[in-house]
Design a binder for this molecule. Structure first.
Ligand code: V4E
Length: 223
């Protein structure tokens, strides 16, 4: 299982030129449609668990419990770490079922289940009362700084939001701080100056389309 360490950034008119200047290689451009699922009570997203279907494959992103090392971090390092998110990425469907079921069954036992929707082609969704709460299409241009093991994605979502991501994938249990450092160096090369986290596509989508769900996640400090 891998852990995705990622920093989002605001793209500018110069981003493409800068990527070229720092030696990033374009590895392709593609479009994908994401569908995100949760129960009507938001059992998954309130736990910062993100279940989605992309290009016919299921993926679950969960908070990671990976420790980032015991060494003292400098101010610069801890600021860099605060700008990054880290999530476990699970793509094995039986494992996704188990993890989702563990959360939802727990809540069912506490009497929170609501009426199930019919999802004919995916019976497990109906069984667990999972419904699609967000769907959008993204056009993505991807670059790599191969030697550093860093990927940079420039995303354009169909609801009008543009965002960049600097991403490092590491095996679960490996040093997160090393990935954060690679991301910090790449951000520096790209001339990124902001010290605030940049919103992901989902933040913007939920604020625009599902303000109640958005407010709940904000109150739970998930977004
Ligand atoms: C983890 C998460 C969500 C799932 C979607 O994650 P994201 O990386 O934004 O999407 P995308 O399309 O870039 O996925 P990739 O192709 O990289 O796998 S939706 C919300 N979260 C939590 C979250 C957060 N709290 N803060 C930020 C800045 N991003 C995501």
């Amino acid at each position: 299982m891998s852990v995705e360490v990622e920093r989002k950034f605001v793209c500018s008119a110069d981003t493409l030129k800068t990527l070229e200047e720092i030696g990033a290689v374009c590895i392709g451009q593609h479009e994908f449609h994401d569908q995100y699922f949760d129960t009507p009570m938001f059992d998954l997203t309130l736990r910062d668990m993100w279940l989605r279907k992309r290009k016919g494959c299921w993926e679950l992103k969960c908070p990671t419990t990976t420790v980032s090392g015991t060494e003292e971090l400098s101010g610069e390092q801890s600021q860099a770490a605060a700008l990054c998110t880290r999530y476990k990425e699970i793509t094995n469907l039986p494992e996704i079922h188990l993890r989702v079921e563990a959360v939802i069954k727990d809540n069912c036992e506490h009497g929170e289940i609501e009426s199930a929707f019919s999802q004919e082609d995916e019976p497990w969704l109906s069984k667990l009362n999972l419904v699609c709460f967000a769907e959008f299409t993204t056009e993505r241009q991807s670059f790599t700084l191969q030697e550093q093991g860093v990927q940079i994605d420039l995303d354009k979502a169909d609801f009008g939001y543009h965002v960049g991501e600097i991403e490092v994938l590491i095996p679960e249990g490996e040093d997160v701080q090393c990935a954060v450092e690679k991301i910090r160096k790449t951000a520096q090369q790209l001339g990124l100056t902001g010290d605030q986290r940049v919103e992901g596509k989902m933040n913007v989508y939920l604020r625009q389309n599902h303000p109640e769900h958005y407010a709940k996640l904000l109150s739970a400090h998930v977004l």
